[in-house]
Design a protein around this ligand. Structure first.
Ligand code: C2O
Ligand code: CU
Length: 478
């Protein structure tokens, strides 16, 4: 496995060159740590400066919640209610979407569809209960390809009612920036090349807003590592040299603990994976974590560095941690109604026409409107649409998602979690609950859920340039 320690791309180049900042690889729990019911939080979205690359590079102009990117980690306990006052001090409208939280439609943060966007200088209060324990996150839904790309997002962690037996609970908000030589953010958001290919994949990867050098650990430690992919478009494929991480939750929802396929933890945009990372090596040892997702663009994310201290415990026969289930309604597959949701468009695709504003138009007209993608033949502009599907409340549904394109798409459904029951016709082994399912080119997946949450819900690709380029729609639950 040591081959993965030799990145084929010089990380210095990839990361803008020069020395990078040695930083703690996780955020300290902020003042938000205390847990009481109906807790109040304030998130102020505003421009700020952040040292992403570290000296000697200048700071970067970013957009932040409460002055930092990622914004503060909001931590609550399962079943608790929170009220979050969002202040908009940006030069444009915004909203906040609570990705993966099953909440009332009016709190979902989709501009025009579920609320009036928050104008500059205005405040909006979101209030909801967190029914599921797990790793979630928040981000704007207004021009998200720009607002997320400039640094607006943060973790929302809902703790289980009982403590989970790990030594450390660590959150990594992974992100990806397209920086110029002076460490400023490249202003080419939403350019047609990114929109029609694999989105805005950047040149600088950060963990919790910093380029990390090392992650310090102790032999015998059990770590719950919460990975959140906050990037616009980058898919991560993380390999942990010398270790066997177990996936214990996907998109916040517990899953039977299992090793990732080919020992690579694959995380599409917006996805979360909770890993149980047993520190099974010896004191003083050092390993690397590499990202091998894009061929030719492999790089080392950081070094895992063991302290010299004696092992905390012997992990040789340790059993994996099994998280308690969340209260999700189980879809009855026998009686479920089926629908197909087909993704089309993009470079090298076969889409020649699509429906735009109710009219069938050709690809040139679409491109004039900045659109190159469609769902069920409809290219979406803005957030308000005739629903793709209207579902009856409390009934089970199976949606067959068909990726009829040459690109990956992480497809996200709002307001619900769904089981991924098959891929390319084969039943999935873990029948995992997700809110974002990553489809490879030409892949099909069946998802099943009970439509128990009334309202108009977005379904869209979470490569934010694809979403902006038309790959978005509405599913209505009546
Ligand atoms: Cu994470 Cu519709 O969004
Ligand atoms: Cu996509």
């Amino acid at each position: 496995m040591s081959r993965i320690c030799l990145p084929t791309v010089d990380r210095r180049k990839l990361l803008l060159g020069g020395a990078s900042l040695a930083a703690a690889a996780w955020l300290p729990r902020s003042a938000l740590g205390a847990v009481t019911p109906a807790q109040e939080f304030t998130l102020a979205a505003a421009p700020a400066r952040a040292s992403l690359v570290g000296p000697p590079h200048p700071e970067t102009d970013v957009w932040c919640y409460n002055g930092s990117t990622p914004g503060p980690e909001i931590r609550v306990r399962q079943g608790e209610r929170i009220r979050v006052h969002v202040e908009n001090r940006l030069p444009e409208e915004t909203t906040v979407h609570w990705h993966g939280i099953r909440l009332p439609n009016a709190m979902d943060g989709v501009p025009h569809l579920t609320q009036k966007p928050i104008a500059p200088g205005e405040t909006f209060a979101y209030e909801f209960t967190c029914p599921d324990a797990g790793t979630f996150w928040y981000h704007p839904h207004q021009r998200s390809f720009v607002q997320v790309g400039r640094g607006l997002y943060g973790a929302l962690v809902v703790e289980e009612r009982e403590t989970v037996p790990v030594d450390r609970d660590v959150t990594w908000v992974l992100s990806d920036w397209r920086l110029l030589d002076d460490a400023s953010i490249s202003g080419d958001f939403g350019n047609m090349h990114d929109v029609s290919h694999n989105g805005r994949v950047g040149n600088t990867v950060t963990i919790n807003g910093r380029i990390p050098e090392t992650f310090a650990a102790r032999a015998g430690e059990r770590i719950r590592l919460r990975l959140i992919n906050g990037a616009n478009a980058r898919i991560f494929g993380l390999e942990f040299e010398g270790h066997r991480p177990q996936i214990i939750a996907l998109d916040g929802q517990p899953v039977e603990p299992h090793a990732p396929l080919n020992n690579r933890v694959v995380l599409g945009p917006a996805m979360r994976i909770d890993l149980l990372l047993d520190m099974t090596a010896q004191p003083g040892q050092r390993f690397c974590i590499v990202d091998t997702f894009y061929r030719g663009l492999e790089y080392k994310l950081l070094d895992l560095v063991y302290a010299d201290d004696a092992p905390l415990r012997d992990l040789a026969n340790a059993t994996p941690v099994r998280l308690p289930d969340n209260p999700l309604p189980e879809p009855n597959l026998e009686s479920a109604q089926r629908h197909q949701v087909t993704l089309g468009g993009g470079m090298m695709g076969s889409m020649r026409t699509a429906i735009l504003d109710g009219q069938q138009v050709d690809i040139r007209t679409l491109m004039h409107n900045g659109l190159v993608w469609a769902i069920n033949g409809v290219a979406a502009k803005g957030h308000v649409h005739e629903p793709l599907l209207t579902l009856e409340r409390n009934r089970p549904y199976i949606l067959e998602l068909v990726n009829d394109t040459m690109w990956h798409h992480p497809v996200h459904l709002h307001g619900h979690s769904f089981r991924v029951i098959s891929r390319d016709g084969k039943p999935t082994r873990y029948r995992e609950w997700q809110d974002t399912v990553l489809l490879s080119r030409q892949e099909r997946a069946e998802i099943a859920f009970v439509a128990d949450n009334p309202g108009d819900w977005m379904i869209h690709c979470h490569i934010l340039e694809h979403q902006a380029g038309g790959m978005m729609g509405v599913i209505r639950v009546t």
